[in-house]
Design a protein around this ligand. Structure first.
Ligand code: BZD
Length: 826
């Protein structure tokens, strides 16, 4: 059916409220078709039906949200504010239907109208308001906060354009704007009369008031308005709904009639456009922040509007400011919203006239900070000059925080004068930079990493000085994923099989999956398990055929590497192994016995040359291999374009082998690794991030770990790592690299991929690809051998799923709630 197809003739105009839930849902859909969307109920197309269904669910969500807000208010609960520049919620329809317990009703209502739920759900276009792991984690956590009934609010930016849409054209990544609002917004409420002013630029005026106090105020500032857009996040079948409040920038000019009186109408409109630019687009850089003024504006825009909202709610209570930390906690997702610390100080000191000491006491008890990366280039810094121009008062406040902090450090470490330069909030060299991670640590009562391994690295190296100064602040919260989206929703048949055996409690208590273990020896369960997995693989094979025109064998080993493209994630290591296999097939047919389908997906930051080049290499290798008749069904390589939440939901349930092969010490946690294992894929991975904890839970014998440990990486580097030695010693590796450098995969442009090989051989191989190549190849062989014994593979698969309970975001959020936030469910 195309989206132009109409429903059957049973559609009628709305009638009196019906009693059966399916019937009443159908009536609501028809009502929205007519009254909200202005379409004929006789012939709604599929997109219209999707929107009307979404609006019908929004009706139900908003009722529950109002009730939940009343609960929070009447209990006077302590609130959690989760601030993030990114949220990556994925499509809402199925998720909301499951949470509201309306899946069957919707199916029935739609069938009655001549539509299939799956087709209607496919009409949804997801909001890509994040880059990858960090934004997706924020969305998993909101889901869990709602399920745990926490008095929580997500705060972010309503970007008009989300992460770009990725096309692969002639093997290359091409970026297209992601106009996700094109079809209108059906899940949110725009609060057009609910706005906060956000003030940038200007000069600080110092003056003395009648009481003789030194005061600071900002003059000649530029004001932009922040308008709230609310989206609803329901808990799982618990009638509790949270909101994610996203701020959209609106000009303040509409309120300045004088502007128009000057006669410069077009000039006024240009200013409007400039103001509204602030929330126009998400920066597409993952783990390499872009030091652009607009980005710092975005950060302050989110922070200023949010803190005003928080303060407004707090003021309504009419209690003293020193109670703020008892009633609120503000969580900083990475350093991106860290300017919230000086902003709260500014409000308390400049506007509320608290003393510095009183204000600081409140601040440090209110903020908590999560670090998500140890890559040096990802640690956020801002040129001091830019800061001074955009946020002059905030820079003064940061200087004062720093002055007092360094004073304390000097007293604490009188014999280590160098520590001052290392921990200062302002880096002082040829140019001066504000270090946002230092600000976040000094201004927060809690600093956490996102896996046990990562949190140790923070204490031992990246933030070692701060760990010595504030040991009590450092803690670990291993990431988690929501089982509602990442099993129940994306893999409904496997979810159903599980529920059939152990009941539905696992949905909100994932540790219950352990109850599957007795079934791992049952032949019937084995068969059912593998049938479901194979069916998922068939579906993905169909998708690949439709999208890429490549026929893959569902029985082959689906070896999947999907995530952002970054050198440290080492998609390159994977493709080197693919080429090695290809060479084995060509040189000794029969030596490769397990047919494999390699699936790659992921976006590269538009300005990241090497990452984009690796995408191109993969596509060239894919073309060569897929068109070589000697290879046949033994090897297929597929690059699926525009990896996003929607696509992840298709791929993950169909994966046999999950590639988690970052250089040890570089992936803070990973969450894709958890999604795959939960769905019964086996991991091939390094001793990095949460892989280590996954291994501890599922057992060493149920995944394939390989490669250097992070201390070995460090040792090898400090002893002078020479990648050439690996090249010279390993003839198979040599052949692979020579082919790439010699233009085997780019015959019309023989030098095309020379840079890739150069980066390994002549530029130090920063990510130790060559050092890990041989152990990766061996472990891949182990994986292939294991796959040949399907019964043993099935067992491993089931044990992976059954032992993944720990990795639920419910567990993670519960730990945050108890250990950091000090909140409990309402
Ligand atoms: O955060 C990711 C890490 O790379 C993953 O290992 C981890 O699982 C997830 C969730 O904790 N980090 C990011 O996605 N992004 C950033 O850390 C980042 C940092 C600076 C600027 C932009 C993004």
């Amino acid at each position: 059916m195309t989206s132009q197809n109409s429903g059957n003739r049973k559609s009628r105009l709305p009638e009196a409220p019906a009693t059966r839930p399916a019937e009443s849902l159908k009536q609501d859909i028809l009502r929205h078709v007519l009254y909200s969307l202005g379409r004929d109920t006789e012939r709604p197309d599929r997109q219209t039906v999707f929107r009307a269904l979404a609006l019908s669910l929004r009706d139900r969500l908003v009722e529950k949200w109002i009730a939940s807000q009343r609960d929070i208010y009447s209990r006077s609960s302590k609130r959690v504010y989760y601030l993030s520049l990114e949220f990556l919620p994925g499509p809402f329809l199925r998720e909301n239907l499951i949470a509201l317990g309306l899946e069957n009703e919707a199916r029935e209502a739609l069938t009655d109208m001549g539509f299939g739920l799956d087709d209607v759900a496919d009409e949804e276009y997801e909001p890509g308001l994040g880059n990858g792991g960090l934004g997706r984690l924020a969305s998993c956590y909101l889901d869990s906060m709602a399920t745990l009934r926490l008095p929580a609010y997500g705060y972010g930016i309503h970007y008009a354009y989300g992460i770009f849409y990725q096309l692969i054209k002639e093997g290359r990544q091409v970026e297209r704007a992601d106009n996700w609002l094109r079809g209108g917004t059906h899940w949110e409420f725009e609060r057009s009369h609910y706005v906060h002013p956000v003030r940038f630029y200007g000069q600080v005026r110092e003056w003395v008031d009648e009481q003789g106090r030194l005061r600071h105020s900002l003059e000649n500032a530029t004001t932009v308005m922040a308008m709230a857009c609310d989206m609803f996040i329901p808990g799982h079948k618990n009638d509790y709904v949270l909101n994610m409040r996203l701020w959209a920038a609106k000009t303040s000019r509409e309120f300045e009639f004088s502007f128009f009186n000057t006669g410069d109408y077009i000039g006024a409109v240009e200013e409007k456009i400039r103001d509204e630019n602030i929330s126009m687009v998400l920066y597409p850089n993952d783990e390499a922040p872009e030091g652009k003024e607009l980005r710092l504006k975005q950060q302050f825009f989110l922070v200023s509007a949010t803190i005003q909202d928080i303060v407004r709610r707090f003021r309504k209570k009419g209690i003293a400011w020193d109670q703020l930390p008892r009633k609120n906690v503000i969580h900083l997702n990475e350093t991106h919203p860290a300017v919230a610390i000086p902003e709260l100080m500014r409000i308390l000191v400049d506007e509320e006239l608290l003393t510095w000491e009183e204000a600081w006491y409140i601040c440090v008890r209110t903020f908590a900070y999560t670090n998500h990366t140890v890559l040096p280039e990802a640690l956020e810094v801002w040129p001091e000059d830019l800061f001074r121009r955009l946020l002059p008062r905030h820079l003064q406040i940061i200087h004062e925080i720093n002055r007092r902090f360094l004073h304390d450090v000097r007293r604490q470490f009188p014999n280590d004068p160098n520590i001052l330069g290392r921990v200062s909030l302002v880096h002082e060299g040829e140019s001066r930079w504000v270090r946002m991670s230092h600000l976040a640590i000094v201004g927060s009562f809690s600093v956490n990493g996102v896996s046990a391994h990562h949190s140790e690295i923070l204490k031992e190296s990246v933030f070692h000085d701060f760990y010595k100064i504030f040991p009590e602040r450092f803690n670990n919260k291993t990431n988690g994923i929501t089982p509602r989206r990442w099993l129940r929703q994306c893999n409904p048949t496997l979810a159903w099989l599980i529920t059939e055996h152990i009941g539905p409690e696992w949905l909100t208590d994932l540790a219950q999956l352990k109850k599957l273990e007795p079934y791992v020896n049952s032949e019937g369960f084995h068969r059912a398990w593998m049938e479901v997995r194979l069916r998922n693989k068939h579906k993905l094979a169909e998708y690949i055929r439709d999208k890429n025109g490549i026929t893959v064998m569902p029985e082959s080993l689906f070896d999947v590497h999907v995530k952002r493209f970054h050198e440290y994630k080492r998609q390159l290591l994977n493709v080197l192994h693919v080429i090695a296999l290809y060479n084995r097939i060509r040189s000794s047919p029969g030596s490769v016995t397990v047919p494999r389908t390699y699936i790659f997906g992921g976006k590269a930051a538009p300005g990241y040359y090497m990452a984009k080049h690796i995408i191109r290499l993969i596509n060239s290798v894919a073309y060569t291999i897929n068109t070589d008749p000697r290879v046949g069904d033994l090897l297929k390589v597929v690059f699926l374009q525009n990896y996003c939440v929607t696509l992840a939901e298709r791929i993950i349930p169909a994966t046999d082998l999950s590639e988690q092969i970052s250089t040890a010490g570089m992936e803070a946690s990973g969450t894709g690794n958890m999604k795959f294992a939960l769905n019964g894929a086996i991991t091939i991975g390094t001793h990095d991030g949460a892989n280590i904890e996954i291994m501890e839970h599922v057992g060493n014998e149920n995944l394939f770990l390989f490669g250097l440990l992070s201390h070995e990486v460090n040792e090898m580097r400090s002893q002078g790592y020479n990648p050439r030695l690996f090249y010279e010693r390993d003839s198979e590796l040599r052949e692979v690299l020579d082919m790439i450098a010699g233009g085997f995969f780019s015959p019309s442009e023989p030098h095309l991929f020379r840079d890739v090989v150069e980066s390994l051989l002549n530029h130090g191989d920063r990510y130790m690809v060559l050092a890990d190549f041989r152990s990766y190849v061996y472990r891949q062989q182990d994986a292939a051998n294991a796959f040949m014994d399907q019964a043993a593979w099935a067992r491993m698969s089931m044990l992976n799923t059954s032992r993944m309970g720990f990795f639920s975001s419910d567990r993670a959020v519960d730990e945050y709630a108890k250990d950091i936030w000090g909140v409990s469910g309402v």
